[in-house]
Write a protein that binds this ligand. Structure first.
Ligand code: NAP
Length: 684
């Protein structure tokens, strides 16, 4: 279908298990490139309190009944199903002004985030329904009173209010951690580009993969939704600081201490190191990156480089190189061959950006581009929101305020000079808190000073240099495993960051009590909890194994010959094992000691059951500590206790974590660690 032939459709909200239209006239949404009507949006008359109850009720229960791995498998299935439908989303994305490569970031970047959360959750979280957080805190000498922090899913709904620029990614990057946590979502996309979000939600609903009510959608205003939020709900907001502040101070949000995450305006900076002179790979990279950040998504990216901070001596060549590159950026219809940059999201948005550029001109002059005369290779600049990239230069950035305060949310950046790294850092901090900064340098001293200087004011800092050219994901890409958010002006929020983001939707609770009952709560063996022995635990399949199954082994005495044999055999002839005088001179030892790895090897020799059985492999150890020296003649005993059982969904085995404690003849613990094994679900 061509853009011109598109039909206007009436967007619907998906709430309380069905698609509903608003009862009002609604607002017409126009194609960013042609000005033609694309859709009507309206949510008048919708019962938002009922939608909240719907999510909190059945959907919340269904999600919480699933384990982290079940929810990860659900996200994976959803991501794969959406990926199959991606071409339809690209077609719907063009009217937003996005080119194919802008769409790639939004659509495939969004689906990739779902898939990445699915795989990280499976790898990094246990297959349980609650999480433990940190170590057990022992609170009594006789081990009768301890504490464990746990995380449980909040029982409300996560309301995600999103900006217009990433209608797919904006939704998926937020629902991924919420759903992994077990919290249902209500998504409210920005009206301007909601038709693309609505289409994706339609396809999600059609897959039937999510439990009923786990994802609801509001197309249009949110009405009185926020009047009904409680302390179990979470509100996340991405958009302008002014709207964010208004929502954050909503009486129900303040009154009920509702978690509120805000991602707002950001005047992100990029610093060109003094070593990155013309002719170096870093200079070329910097020019490329700044131009890319200015033009990708027509500069409508919260992470785009708005302030370009360069050594005074490099300003002239930098402005020339950047100007040349920006002037070569073809602007036109997003789906036309050869277009590098599409239009802004709407004519109103273009008007807004022009006004903001005029504000910037109080401090800076335009050195490349023109805000009035527009040059396009296709499309009509009167009907479509086209704007060519605009580069400004501010000669006295320490005396300026607009360049550090005004966000022109389009293809606009300001170059400003510095004389010392300290000044470059100080300039970046004038943004009062941003999502991301970058530093382009090949000099470790510059990297250290600049990164440590800018870090307190930023959520992410990227170092660009020649060695990471091919692998770097660039200044502007938020990644699922990394924190996205920034302090101060950027909203003070934090999203994603891998499993950190999941925990934003969970309640951390300190649980105190006797280890036996703490262990029952967490499903994990805790020192002091009940144990049982009998059949060797390595003879038990996952179906038979229980937390607390324990083996106390035979003993073994460590001899001088053992240590010397191990030293010669492995090549580890470190003096503490081999040289009596040197060992005695060491502050930790009274004599020659056994190798830690010899102790671990002897421990394995004591606890394994050698015959083929349900234990399939040992895949590692965690938290290994050698706590007291082992001297010749010491006798070791091992206590191995089943600590955690994680059946793996879709496989016929699971992971078992064993608490392994090695003691000497005086009952002193000489080594302590977790042994990690794969165990068959059934055997034989
Ligand atoms: P906006 O006008 O503040 O709108 C953001 C969202 O808030 C939209 O969904 C909007 O819905 C909704 N909204 C507006 N008034 C509301 C109210 N009274 N109650 C509930 N929801 C309300 O921002 P925008 O123009 O869409 O986005 C541009 C801004 O977002 C830029 O300043 C940019 O820096 C920022 N941004 C930040 C990030 C980040 O991650 N930090 C990412 C992208 C964009 P309607 O559209 O229906 O009004």
């Amino acid at each position: 279908m061509t853009l011109a032939a598109r039909q206007t459709r009436r967007l619907e909200s998906y709430l309380c298990g069905g698609w509903i239209s608003g009862q009002g006239e609604g607002q017409i949404l126009c194609n960013a490139a042609t000005g033609e009507a694309v859709a009507h949006i309206d949510s008048t008359g919708i019962d938002f309190a009922a939608a909240l109850d719907y999510g909190r009720g059945r959907a919340g229960k269904a999600l919480r009944a699933m384990s982290f791995h079940d929810r990860a498998a659900m996200l994976k299935a959803l991501g794969l199903a959406l990926m199959e439908r991606k071409e339809e989303f690209y077609t719907e994305s063009y009217p937003t002004g996005a080119t194919r490569s802008d769409g790639w970031v939004d659509i495939e970047g969004g689906i990739g985030t779902l898939l990445s959360y699915a795989s990280k959750a499976r790898r990094e979280l246990p297959n349980t329904r609650i999480l433990t957080d940190g170590d057990v805190e022992v609170l009594s000498k006789d081990n009768s009173f301890s504490a464990q922090h746990i995380l449980t899913p909040l029982e409300g709904v996560a309301i995600h209010i999103n900006a217009f620029n990433f209608p797919v990614w904006g939704m998926l990057e937020k629902i991924a951690p919420s759903l992994i946590a077990g919290v249902p979502c209500i998504v409210k996309p920005a009206s301007q580009t909601a038709y693309l979000t609505e289409l994706v939600v339609r396809r999600i609903v059609e897959t039937g993969i999510l439990p009923d009510g786990a994802l609801q959608l509001i197309c249009g205003g949110v009405g009185d939704l926020l009047d009904h939020v409680t302390g179990q709900d979470v509100v996340t907001f991405t958009g302008s600081a002014s709207t964010g502040r208004r929502l954050k101070s909503h009486p129900a949000i303040i009154g009920n201490s509702v978690r509120f995450t805000m991602e707002a305006d950001s005047l992100n900076a990029s610093i060109l190191g003094p070593d990155a002179v013309p002719g170096t790979p870093e200079f070329d990279l910097f020019v490329k990156e700044v131009a890319r950040e200015m033009t990708a998504k027509a500069g409508q990216k919260c992470t785009a480089i708005r302030r370009v901070i360069a050594t005074r001596a490099l300003v002239q060549p930098l402005v020339e190189a950047l100007g040349k590159r920006l002037q070569g950026t073809t602007v036109g219809l997003p789906d036309a061959e050869g277009t590098r940059m599409g239009p802004l999201a709407s004519l109103a948005q273009r008007q807004e950006v022009r006004e903001r550029i005029r504000d910037l001109m109080a401090d800076a002059e335009i050195v490349s581009g023109n805000i009035d005369a527009i040059s396009t290779t296709s499309g009509d600049a009167d009907k479509g929101a086209f704007l060519n990239p605009v580069l400004l230069y501010c000669d006295r950035p320490f005396e300026a305020s607009a360049v550090h305060d005004v966000e022109a949310f389009g293809p606009v950046s300001t170059v400003m000079p510095y004389d010392t790294i300290e000044e470059a850092v100080a300039l970046s901090r004038r943004g009062k808190g941003s999502l991301v900064a970058s530093v382009f340098t090949n000099d470790p001293a510059v990297a250290e000073e600049a990164v440590i200087g800018v870090a307190p004011y930023h959520g992410r800092v990227m170092i660009g240099n020649r060695a990471s050219v091919k692998s770097s994901t660039g200044h502007g890409s938020p990644l699922p495993g990394l924190v996205h958010g920034g302090p101060g002006r950027a909203g003070g929020g934090e999203e994603m960051g891998g499993m950190r983001g999941v925990k934003h939707y969970m309640q951390r609770t300190a649980v105190q009590g006797v280890p036996r009952l703490l262990s029952a709560v967490t499903g994990r063996y805790i020192e002091g909890a009940d144990t049982q022995s009998g059949v060797h635990p390595f003879r038990k399949s996952l179906a038979e194994l229980k937390i607390g199954d324990q083996l106390i082994t035979q003993s073994r005495t460590v001899t001088r010959e053992d240590v010397e044999h191990f030293a010669e055999f492995t090549g580890d002839t470190f003096y503490a094992h081999m040289d009596e005088a040197a060992a005695k001179a060491n502050p930790f030892f009274d004599d020659r000691v056994a190798h830690g790895y010899l102790i671990a090897s002897f421990a394995a020799g004591l606890f394994v059951d050698p015959a083929p059985g349900p234990v399939l492999a040992n895949y590692g150890v965690d938290n290994m500590r050698f706590l007291s020296p082992v001297y010749f003649g010491d006798t070791l005993t091992v206590r191995l206790t089943c600590k955690e059982i994680n059946p793996r969904a879709g496989a016929d085995y699971g992971e078992v974590r064993w608490d392994c404690r090695v003691t000497n003849q005086n009952d002193a613990v000489v080594a302590q660690y977790d042994v990690l094994t794969m165990v068959a679900k059934t055997w034989p």
